[in-house]
Design a protein around this ligand. Sequence first.
Ligand code: PLP
Length: 497
Amino acid sequence: MLKSSEISTYRDMPKSQVDDVFEPIVVEAQSLISELLKINSPKPSDPIIRRLDLKGIRNVQNVSFPCEEPRDLTATLHEALSIFANRLSHDHPNCFAYIPAAPSPLAWVGDLLTSIFNVNTALWDNSSGPSVVEHTLLRWLADRVGLPPSAGGCFVSGGSIANLTAIVAARDHILPPNARCDGIIYLSDQTHISNSKALHIAGFSAEQMRIIPTDEKFRMNVQTLAQAIQADRQNGRYPFLIVASCGSTNTGSIDPLNKLADIAQEQNLWLHVDGAYGASIALSTSHRHLVDGLGRADSISWDAHKWLFQTYGSGIVLTKNATALQDSFKVDAEYIRTPQALDGTVNFYNISPELSRPARAMSLWFTLRVLGSCAIGEMIDQCFANALAAESELRNLPNWTVISPATASIVVFRYTPAGFNLDEKQLDQLNLAISRRLLVENIAAMMTTTLRGRIVFRLCSMNPEIRSEGMATLIQTLDSVASTELSESFKKCEQRI
Ligand SMILES: Cc1ncc(COP(=O)(O)O)c(C=O)c1O
């Protein structure tokens, strides 16, 4: 075990002795990695979520400060484990809470490589290897969604920044600078909040955003959109951007991409597709048709930390014309020159909002090289199958109403027990209570959302390790928890009366 005194003196040592000090750290890190690999494969009985209580917050606060003197390495690693223990485990077999997927262990190795080499992919000169991979991988991804050869893009930290990057490119490309306060943007009532936040950052007010209603399948209503564009033009405004969803967060719905592309083309509007979740469907052979039309977008957001099974911090933005990003983000600085860069190479800082940036593409590249893209497609298919299995079991049970059938890997439903004469508000409270109970009893993380004003369950099936048969069992368990919650709530009501 490495002693504090050994660390404290390394600054004064000759190089060979420094190696002697760091070698035990490497040995320690190796055993830590194998320990972590075990920890990160939770079993059903492991906690799905652990939250700090007041005492726990104080304990973590106490270890949050730096030490003045060096500390024992192993003890500090164990402190880190106890801090990270307080989290939601996305890769828990009973976690169906949110869209970010259970990352592949290959992504962890990819991250480790990225961290250890710590390449700054701002400049091609300093990162030619990883920059070529990023450029080539983005071209490959653009091809998968059907974007033309002119397409380009960059990795960013996630869907929110991908949306922001695309929105800034759309603004600069379509909207004359003196028309910014008249620019109008069309979103749907299911568009992810990161888009309105990005629009706000890009200088647009809520008054400039038109929220177009969705149809019975939660897809943007094309007719209403066309009417809204016409009305805005008649009022002297400057429609310039449609933000479509390819895999909405609430229901997985996919807007009618071809029809929206037709409108965008006719009206000279920029079509941005938020595919943070759903663009990955392009890698599935069985479901690829669902994202037809994606390649007609002017820009696409795509999160690898969602359905490409990467860890957080792996977002992608693609534009139909690579030059669009350059027009918005190219800057020159006298201290950054790339004299050795070959013609046609990309300095990513010139097409992305960031300067220093990690080699984010390397982790996805590593997963895709080892597993192969067909395996990723099959993993996505498994998630589709699991959502369908959940829906079909819900339909077998009398007390459940499917609000939005399995779409991508999300199914939305509500507990609506017959014969109890509960009004909609009481049903809202009941559904919330069931969801809470599932989590408190460590049965499952199945969260609620609000759709058309009602509280509903939203099951996101993002873990390809889960088999469809398991989904039927899960829904039966949910049904019995719901019925216990219902009878206990009734007892409480009777006691109050
Ligand atoms: C459809 C959609 N777009 C954008 C985002 C934002 O992505 P991120 O959390 O990576 O910033 C999300 C996140 O859940 C999403 O579901």
